[in-house]
Design a protein around this ligand. Structure first.
Ligand SMILES: [Zn+2]
Length: 249
C-alpha cells in the first residue's frame, strides 16, 4: 500500500473557501492567477493576505508613494481574479519579518476566514534568495497548524480562542509539484491580472515575464496533455508534522 492509496491527493478545485497568502502584492497572481480564475468561476470565496507592503518594489518611487500605488494595484489585480476580502499584515518593511510575527497575525486571519485550503509560496524552493518569501512560506505552514490549537497564542488565556482546522495547504512556485491545474482557458487573463501591477513591469518586463510564464505553463501543460497548466505542491495538513511521506507525496 502506498501513501496515495491511504491518503489520496485532494482535488483542490472542490474547495469553496480559499486563503492566498503572498509575500508581496503581486505574488498570488504570478504563482496561481490561472487557478484563481478557475476558483472564481466555480464560485469560491477567495481571501487575500499580503505580508509585505512591497516598499522595495521600485528604485525610483518614494516608499510612501509606492505603497499607495501598490495597494491600489493589489486590489485591482486581486478583485480581477476573484478575491473579495483583503488582509494586510501589520509588519514593518524596515526589517526582515520575523516568522513568529507573521505566524501570530496569520493565525488570527485563518480563524476569521476559516479557509478549507491555504495557498502560499513554497519555502523549500531551492536558491530562493528573498527572505520574505522563505519566511512567509514557513509562517503559513506554522499558522495552518497552530490555528487549530486552543493554546495558541496564549495557553493561559481566560477565554478559549475560536479555533479553525485547515484541511489542506497548497504551495505555488514549487519545483516538485504533485498537482497540475489546466489553465489553458485562463492563462491570458492571468497575464492581464499580473500586469495590473503597473508599477512593477515596464513593456520589456511584461514581454519577458509573459514569455517565461508561457513557457513554464506549456511545460507543465505537457504533463497534463493540455495547452497550459499551473503547478502546486499540495499537502493535507496531517502530512505536515513528523511525516516523512510529505517529501514524496
Ligand atoms: Zn514576492
Amino acid at each position: 500500500m502506498k501513501i496515495h492509496d491511504f491518503l489520496p491527493i485532494p482535488d483542490i478545485l472542490k474547495y469553496k473557501t480559499i486563503l492566498c497568502v503572498q509575500p508581496h502584492p503581486d505574488d498570488n497572481e504570478i504563482g496561481m492567477g490561472g487557478a484563481l480564475l478557475k476558483f472564481k468561476a466555480l464560485g469560491a470565496n477567495i481571501a487575500y493576505c499580503t505580508v509585505s507592503q512591497g516598499k522595495g518594489g521600485s528604485n525610483t518611487l518614494r516608499s510612501e508613494e509606492l505603497v499607495k500605488i501598490r495597494q491600489e494595484e493589489l486590489r485591482n489585480a486581486g478583485t480581477f481574479v476573484g478575491a473579495t476580502s483583503f488582509y494586510q499584515l501589520n509588519l514593518s518593511d524596515t526589517h526582515y519579518p520575523d516568522e513568529k510575527e507573521i505566524t501570530e497575525q496569520l493565525v488570527a486571519i485563518i480563524r476569521e476566514v476559516k479557509p478549507d485550503i491555504v495557498f502560499t509560496v513554497n519555502p523549500y524552493l531551492m536558491y530562493e534568495a528573498h527572505p520574505t518569501h522563505r519566511k512567509t512560506g514557513m509562517a503559513v505552514l506554522e499558522a495552518c497548524m497552530f490555528s487549530s490549537m486552543k493554546h495558541f497564542p496564549n495557553p493561559d488565556a481566560s477565554t478559549e480562542p475560536k479555533v479553525h482546522r485547515v484541511e489542506t495547504i497548497g504551495f505555488y512556485a514549487s519545483a516538485k509539484p504533485n498537482v497540475l491545474i489546466d489553465i489553458s482557458e485562463t492563462f491570458e487573463d492571468k497575464l492581464n491580472a499580473i500586469f495590473k501591477h503597473e508599477s512593477q513591469f515596464d513593456a520589456q518586463g511584461q514581454a519577458q515575464l509573459s514569455q517565461y510564464l508561457s513557457m513554464q505553463a506549456m511545460t507543465f501543460g505537457q504533463n497534463l496533455k493540455v495547452s497550459k497548466a499551473e503547478a502546486f505542491k499540495v499537502l493535507p495538513m496531517v502530512l505536515t508534522h513528523m511525516m516523512i511521506e510529505s517529501e514524496t507525496y
